[in-house]
Ligand binder design. Structure first.
Ligand code: B12
Ligand code: SF4
Length: 458
């Protein structure tokens, strides 16, 4: 007997949130797999920026960009006590809870509800969803999975209110749960390492998908000390490049999707094995799409040929993880890139046709012990290479190599309270790299100084 399963993408509670090509890719992958196991799948997106009841209630749609990113609906809410220290509005991003309750009313016959989670410090939205589901659909088991559930497993088990909490990849675990609760046989479960055997994510459930996220690999060959990639995906596994082209062609031709975002941790690693054949494949099939890489790409692999291929294939948004120009910090955090590699990569990208403001370079700021001058020097270096610095505030993640250092450096109890992992809080700030110093850097980035450089002005 097949079961009816409801997927829910919860609200975000934060000081700031922008739909930077955000979609619950893992949850929708599970939707595709459940269908392949003969179950019926429905979906509620608490973040839906196109919700009609929201438009009717508030009369104004959030501003969206043609490339598929943009704002969410937003309501200012009370700050949790421990975040009162930050003098900024705290908001619930997404639809009104009453509209969510109304939507749930249409799904009274559900057998199982699956709730996903993203950032560890976004758990308030997850808890609220679970609470409302429990009130509206009493007796229906709720399963929680995703990043928060995996990285803060004990916290989620103790406080979320879910009946089941899943740590790590969900494919096998959700089918096992259906078997345990309902005696449902597992009809189709591909090998964990064979990403091409998975059914496509259930994107058809989205309200007019204006962009679709694609993943070509899971995991990363590097082990940077601040990053959770290896905790979430222990092995680096990849799809066949032409199967990725097949998927892009499917969404483009059958659903009219033009914009695609890549969620990989290591899209450009070993370019001859994946990205180059993928881009040649797209060209051969004459697909005219736009691609966006909001997650940092690897600079080390950028050469003349790859730069041209990216530019010619319609890669409009390119962001790279550089993090710092300090050689010692580069080495001690994992050695993924060096200064000269950035300089060379930018030359190739500029020659291929990218303008300086197209080449976004992420700089990590607020890591334990970091000084303001380090970030300022890194900004100056990126500008001197002819690219655009973008500050990425450090978010401490349990289980990473840097975690114990972060616990020792933070003025907040980050071990007990995941809300303190919030990147806006700069949870490992210190007397030198204070919140005010960070605000000054941020303000200056909006109007870069002339000849003096950033370091001089700080
Ligand atoms: C793509 C990505 C983004 C995208 C957003 C996409 C998104 N939907 O979140 C962008 C680039 C915008 C982004 C931004 C940021 N990100 Co980010 N991001 C990622 C990445 C690479 C996600 C990959 C992904 O979606 N995987 C694909 C799917 C297939 O996997 P999955 O979702 O895990 O799903 C599986 C399981 O979790 C499970 N599952 C999922 N849901 C459910 C539900 C149920 C019921 C079950 C049973 C199972 C289950 O099954 C799925 C299939 O196996 C992760 C790193 C990583 N490797 O996971 C970091 C990561 C989540 N990001 C992180 C960070 C730090 C950030 C930023 C704060 C960076 C910064 N300083 O600016 C910002 C914050 C954004 C904001 N404030 O708005 C951290 C987490 C930090 C934290 N404390 O939680 C991570 C872990 C990276 C890291 N540094 O280690 N990010
Ligand atoms: S290269 Fe990027 S994804 Fe890989 S471990 Fe380092 S920060 Fe994480």
């Amino acid at each position: 007997m097949s079961k009816s399963v409801l997927l829910v993408n919860p609200w975000i509670y934060d000081f700031a949130a922008y739909d930077f090509w955000l979609k619950p890719l893992g949850l929708l992958y599970l939707g595709g797999l459940l269908r392949a196991n003969h179950h019926t799948v429905s979906y509620i997106d608490c973040l839906n920026p196109r919700s009609l009841p929201m438009l009717e209630k508030f009369g104004k749609a959030p501003k969206r960009h043609a490339y598929g990113h943009g704002r969410f609906f937003r309501q200012v809410v009370d700050k949790p006590k421990c975040l009162e220290i930050l003098p900024r509005n705290y908001c619930r991003y997404g639809i009104d809870p009453d509209i969510f309750r109304d939507e749930l009313g249409r799904y009274s016959g559900m057998d199982l509800v699956l709730v996903t989670s993203m950032m560890t410090y976004w758990y308030p939205g997850v808890f609220e969803v679970i609470k409302i589901v429990k009130e509206a659909l009493p007796g229906t088991p709720v399963v929680l999975g995703g990043k928060y559930a995996s990285l803060c497993y004990e916290h989620a088990q103790a406080h979320s209110g879910a009946d089941w909490v899943v740590n790590g990849r969900g494919e096998m675990q959700i089918l096992e749960i259906l078997k345990t609760i309902f005696g449902e046989p597992i009809r189709f479960l591909p090998d964990d390492d064979d990403l091409d055997a998975l059914p496509y994510p259930a994107f058809d459930l989205l309200d007019q998908p204006d962009q679709i996220p694609i993943i070509t690999s899971l995991g990363c060959p590097y082990r940077c000390s601040y990053c959770a990639s290896h905790l979430l995906h222990r092995k680096f596994i990849r799809r066949h490049p032409l199967r990725v082209v097949d998927e892009i062609e499917h969404w483009h031709r059958n659903f009219g999707v033009i914009d695609f975002s890549f969620y990989d941790d290591a899209l450009l690693a070993e370019p001859d094995l994946l990205i180059k054949p993928l881009l040649h494949g797209l060209k051969k099939r004459g697909l005219n799409c736009r691609f966006h890489c909001p997650n940092g790409l690897h600079l080390r692999d950028i050469d003349e040929e790859l730069s041209r291929l990216l530019f010619d294939s319609g890669f409009k948004t390119i962001r790279f993880g550089f993090e710092t120009s300090d050689f010692r910090l580069q080495k001690s955090t994992g050695g993924k890139v060096e200064n000269e590699e950035l300089r060379l990569a930018v030359i190739h990208l500029r020659n291929a046709g990218y303008a300086p403001e197209d080449i976004g370079i992420y700089l990590l700021c607020g890591i334990p012990g970091q000084k303001t001058a380090d970030v300022a020097r890194s900004i100056d270096f990126v500008l001197s290479c002819g690219a655009k610095p973008i500050l990425a505030e450090y978010s401490p993640i349990p289980g990473t190599k840097m975690w114990e250092e972060a616990v020792a450096a933070s003025p907040f109890d980050i071990r007990r309270e995941p809300l303190y992992h919030n990147n806006s809080l700069l949870s490992c700030r210190n007397d030198d790299f204070s919140y005010e110093a960070y605000r000054r850097l941020k303000a200056k980035l909006k109007s870069p100084p002339g000849n003096g450089g950033f370091e001089d002005g700080i």
